[in-house]
Design a protein around this ligand. Sequence first.
Ligand code: DGY
Length: 319
Amino acid sequence: MKVFINKRIPETGITMLEEAGLEVTIPENDDLSREEWLQYCKNTDAILNVGANAFDHEFFEQCPIVKAIALFSVGFDHVDIKEATKRNIPIGNTPDVLSRATSDVAFLLMQSVSRRASFYFQKVKDGNWGNFDPLYELGQELYGKTLGIFGLGRIGFEMAEKCKKAFGMNIIYHNRNHNEEVEKELNAKYVSFDELIEQSDVLSIHANFKVEQSNLFNASVFERMKKNVIFVNTARGGFHHQKDLYQALVSGQIWGAGLDVTNPEPIEDNDPILQLSNVCVLPHIGSATIEARNGMARLAAENIIAFSKGEKMPHIANP
Ligand code: DGY
């Protein structure tokens, strides 16, 4: 069986595939245009895909021989899952192995914004150490504050647990469904979406993104948030309206924002949000640790290997 991998992944995944007798193709130049990527996809049985290439109507029409897709990501918002399922194509993903790493980034952004770390670091780099000033660009402490989690799944749980341990934060969350086990473990309270946005001192997004939720966090939502709220998004940029977020930040309607994802992505070079002192932006590095990336390579390879043996993928987005 032929497997196309569009970008080099940790060796462990490639070795697993080769030891399973699969024919792996990885292009020398791994910065493929959409056309080049489709060209490779047309000639393979299975795809191990790194990044956000859209598996949309065009893909499924042009690549009829592809029988399986293993994503090198937990998110699958770039895949037309309905179409894949209709065509009997399993879509594998990589849950769990990146939950710690991604929640670490949410925690890091929260702290960085609460103490204006990226702003101060930039000042030091600019040769502008400054004098001790009792009133200048003060941070805020997080002890005993309320963390609101939007989407309390695996990553949201890890974030909540860290915030509880480190700062004794109260946890509230909003999900489609209650999760009673987790409520007990974290002493977390289920709240409506309105309560979540009105009561959180830190609001952190950890839900799977669906297109219906585009720009869910917009001007009318930012307006109802607390003035001291730190808005954290490590899930998908599509959840927030970037210009409305800028307005809320620049007008002091909300206190700060930590973003590992932006809308659009990559962020535009001249996005004014980059000039604000109450913002920290990272380039979608939630899973960028050696441990998480090795885990992702292993899970993606396990998915392809299981499929090649006629078995169900062990980590699947369209069961
Ligand atoms: C994921 O795994 O979904 C990360 O966000 C990388 O896309």
